[in-house]
Design a binder for this molecule. Sequence first.
Ligand code: SAH
Length: 359
Amino acid sequence: MNTEVKLNGQKKVSLKGFTLNELKDYFFSIGENRFRGEQVFIWFYKHLIDSYDEMKNIPKNLQVQLSESTVSINTLKLISTMSSKETGTTKYLFETKDGYKIESVVIPEVKRTTLCISTQVGCPLDCKFCATGLMGYSKNLSAGEIFDQYKLAAKEYTKSNIKNIVYMGMGEPLLNYDETLKSLKIFAEDLIPELSLKRIIVSTVGIAPKIIELANSGLRVKLAFSLHSCFEDIRSKLIPINKKYSLRENLDAIRYYTKKTQTKITFEYLMLSGINDRKEDLRELVKLCNSLPSKINVIPFNSLDHMNPGGFSAELQPSSKKRIYEFVNALKDQNINVRVRHTTGEDIAAACGQLAIPQ
Ligand code: SAH
């Protein structure tokens, strides 16, 4: 992935996106001491440098060798930023080396600033409520491209430190499992103490075998599951891949995940009028939440009108504020841990499920 062809026909390697162990192995493989891998790791991922000549503790000849034999350190270019006047939410438009556009969003909140990053260009899943699905799928992002969204946003957004990262931008992280995992391993390293897996959430629509694999990876990252309905048939209408990886199979995998990692699962629940906000939806949701360590994020549905959707997507309407209020209070009455995720950035189409760019 992310390779360039050298003059002699060999492929240049892209070190950005390598984990600590991969960097150590790389330096060993070119006859250098393994600790060079640790030094370069710190320059890449802690100091967020742009070129090898900034690496003060790397000998000049090695700096030159690296810049000649590897792909450039920056995998993304910042094209533009757009800020919401109402909330300060900022959307970043980036371009990959091969010319694809992706978006990330910085969401400032009183106590914390959260960065929402993408794992794919577009998304292959075609969820009926999501703008990214409507734009189709182009490619998986590399771990370097996933990390560099943080790098560029952190360099641009200096008002407060980004400490929370949510994998909730474009794409399905578990369909790009290997590169997503590598990026998580980078964020998890103690060498960058300002970031930690405690402050990272990976959101998935539910790719059951990959949930099991992630549980077994030993990473203990927090997982969010885009539930949206407790009924298989309704969920399949909203999220077509539910026909392949059913809710039941996913819930089994999630049960395993929560046990293995000792974490709670966050259920994301979009409020769609008449589709998942009925009495029977509430009853099933309570049953489910009582059956495993969990909390619920209720998400008001953000309109897709700016995308002119057709078919079932065009029929989807947000639940009324009153209905959301009743629904949430009914959950609270049952001692369910629930919060409403307030929409932010709707005026710049940067809210959940609104990320989409024509390629
Ligand atoms: N594919 C992953 C990661 C994307 S996360 C996943 O689905 O979990 C995007 C989050 O925003 C998910 O919880 C998704 O359900 C939610 N979302 C998608 N479209 C939305 C919309 N129109 N309004 C509000 N939330 C939406």
